[in-house]
Ligand binder design. Structure first.
Ligand code: CUA
Length: 152
């Protein structure tokens, strides 16, 4: 049934339902980002590519890991941090594209030559976390592993 403005009621209801749905999706996105700590990895443009792998403690319980990937290893490995550590991973490659997935975490990055990618992880359980290359990178790809070791 058209209204005085000529917009059918059913169309208005669909617009309202779409806005409510979009609002609900935005609220879920904000909840995931702010309360669950889920973030999307991305390229970092303000960090220069590096050639040495290292772990730097930047504050109590906070670490920066500069991870270098190359055929067919990750440096540093084992990458040691204490239980409860929040680690910012900065990843680069010195040769070709590799992947970095840390088992048991949300960290899943692509290692790109001359670029740095970033992800954050919190390690609440001690133990050894396997690091896996998930981009095919040649004959040693299937043996390209590393370890994150979380000490008690
Ligand atoms: Cu490196 Cu596959």
């Amino acid at each position: 049934m058209p209204t005085a403005q000529g917009v059918p009621d059913v169309e208005k209801r669909i617009v309202v339902a779409a806005l409510v749905f979009a609002g609900a999706m935005l609220a879920l996105l904000a909840y995931a980002a702010l309360r669950l700590g889920i973030s999307v990895p991305g390229c970092v443009t303000n960090v220069k590519p590096f050639t040495a792998g290292e772990v730097i403690q930047v504050a109590p319980g906070r670490y920066e890991a500069h991870v270098v990937s190359k055929m067919w290893s990750f440096k540093p490995s084992p990458l040691k941090v204490p239980k409860g550590a929040v680690v910012d991973f900065y990843l680069t490659s010195t040769d070709i594209v590799h992947g970095l997935y840390i088992d048991g975490t949300d960290v899943n990055l692509t290692a790109i030559p001359n670029a740095v990618t970033y992800a954050r992880a919190r390690f609440t359980r001690p133990g050894k976390y396997q690091v896996i290359c998930h981009e095919y990178c040649g004959s040693g790809h299937h043996e390209m592993y590393g370890i994150v070791e979380v000490t008690p």
